[in-house]
Design a protein around this ligand. Structure first.
Ligand code: URQ
Ligand code: ZN
Ligand code: ZN
Length: 483
């Protein structure tokens, strides 16, 4: 059934303009003023509101098995909550256990995601290495639409990559025309500092940030970036949380290296005082990695987002309910790492970003949708309002306010890290490939209507490193004449 979104102001990454948007089937079929509605079309009145590309969240972990439990949000409830907040696509993660065949893991995750209510794709984590991993990376990139491979430099004795895996996998990603994405924390340092904090009697959540200081992220960010530089691989840093990592990104970008960086909405707004909350549960709810940082890091992250140093925003939506967090009641090292947020990213960023003047509406679209689509090579299918693009649209009321609460959110988690926060900027209608999945506070999502989105690898010319790395081929020294 056709849907005509009428009377709104379209906001794209480039401009704002008055236009109606007609959607039919999965795609946008017309954009212009005073469009006629085809017979039987559903009309959405967007008068006085913005019409924007649906948000894309490049970092979620629905139903992730992790730290001895499984994230409480599944692909249906998570994509439904996403839709309620104005996000119409997620990029989640396949995370094989060490020695697990990565193609088998991919197929397992694909099975879990079939229940999704909005479109989705997968980064695939490389957690170990041998020739089968190398070969399967090729298969994933050519036959399954995977153009990004994830590397956890943290989580020793679990999914942590050492430099040998990083170098092998980054090299392979370059060959394939794929991106290397990275969780940049030095896992060896974390392990040592965790032990030190615990031995000092810091068994509570306050020990978590002390075992992962900004220097630990800065070292790993720089190391990943330097490895990528030498090998000529484009690199994407997930959840960049501190000045130390930002400085590594800035240096590389100014050198012309192809580096992208992501920031989480929550890291822009919440600081590390949460870990000293007298209520153990509140402090434990905020145990995620990298941890929340002290206020000066928030200010730097906002400058990074405004300046383009940070390219995308995400949530790292990885939900563990209070009883799950209590696995670490006596030892912070056993608190499952992760928080929620997929439903609130768009409102939180509009409130703290656009209403404060930090971002224009078009810059908001860039950092919540378009940049991600371009970096992961699905633009303009996604992240655009153009004829022929997928009809992933949101009708946004820039003046309406709402108060965020676990009592009203649609996320499957028993707390909300933004609890009680009143935000201006509310999603009134969400279309997922032309279907209304959220309207005036009512969810209309259906299990299984989400679609897997292929993300093709990049043409070889795309990688600017080729110019930088194409020094004259070194030749052996002729010493035949030497004594
Ligand atoms: O590290 C991640 O991104 C996953 C395991 C979610 N947990 C977290 O604390 N960020
Ligand atoms: Zn991570
Ligand atoms: Zn994550």
């Amino acid at each position: 059934m056709a849907v005509l979104v009428r009377g709104g102001t379209v906001v794209t990454a480039d401009r704002e303009f008055r236009a109606d948007v007609l959607c039919d089937g999965d795609v946008i079929v017309a954009i212009g003023e005073n469009l006629d509605a085809p017979a039987g079309a559903e009309i959405v009145d967007a008068t006085g509101r913005y019409v924007m590309p649906g948000g894309i969240d490049p970092h979620t972990h629905m139903e992730l098995p992790f730290m001895g439990t499984v994230a409480s949000e599944d692909f249906f409830s998570g994509t439904s909550a996403a839709a309620a907040g104005g996000t119409t696509m997620i990029i989640d993660f396949v995370i094989p256990a060490p020695q697990e065949n990565i193609l088998d893991a991919y197929k397992k995750w694909r099975g879990w995601a079939e229940k999704a209510a909005c479109d989705y794709s997968f980064h695939v984590a490389i957690t170990w290495w041998d020739d089968t991993v190398r070969d399967d990376m090729g298969t994933l990139s050519t036959e399954y639409g995977v153009n990004s491979f994830k590397h956890f430099m943290a989580y020793k004795n679990a999914i942590m990559c050492d430099d040998e895996v990083l170098v092998n996998s980054f090299s392979r990603a370059r060959e394939l025309g794929a991106l290397a994405t990275v969780h940049a924390e030095n896992g060896e340092l974390v392990y040592r500092l965790q032990q030190e904090m615990f031995d000092k009697g810091l068994t509570g959540p306050e020990g978590h940030p002390l075992s992962r200081p900004p220097e630990v992220e800065g070292e790993a960010a720089n190391r990943a970036i330097r490895i990528a530089e030498v090998l000529g691989t484009p690199v994407y840093l997930v959840h960049t949380s501190c000045i130390d990592a930002l400085e590594a990104v800035e240096r590389a970008k100014l050198e012309g290296q192809r580096v992208f960086a992501e920031v989480l909405a929550q890291h822009l707004i919440i600081d590390d005082s949460v870990y000293r909350d007298p209520d153990w549960r509140t402090a434990a709810h905020h145990v995620m990695s990298p941890p929340f940082r002290s206020p000066e890091h928030q200010a730097a992250l906002w400058r990074g987002l405004q300046s383009g140093l940070l390219n995308t925003t995400a949530t790292d939506h990885c939900c563990f309910c209070t009883p799950q967090k209590e696995a670490g009641k006596d030892d912070f090292r056993s608190i499952p790492n992760g928080t929620g947020g997929v439903e609130d990213r768009m409102s939180v960023l509009w409130h703290h970003g656009v209403t404060t003047g930090r971002l224009t509406p078009s810059e908001f679209v860039k950092v919540t949708s378009t940049n991600c689509a371009q970096i992961f090579n699905i633009y303009p299918q996604k992240g655009a309002i153009e004829v022929g693009s997928d009809a992933d649209l949101i009708v946004w009321d820039p003046n309406e306010s709402r108060t965020i609460s676990v009592d009203t959110h649609h996320q499957n988690i028993d707390y909300n890290i933004y609890e009680g926060m009143t935000v201006t900027g509310v999603c009134k209608t969400t279309l997922s490939r032309g279907r209304i999945v959220w309207h005036d506070g009512e969810l209309r999502t259906e299990r299984g209507t989400g679609r897997y989105i292929d993300r093709p690898c990049f043409p070889k010319y795309w990688d600017a490193q080729m110019l930088k790395n194409q020094q004259a081929e070194p030749t052996p020294v002729d010493r035949s004449g030497s004594k």
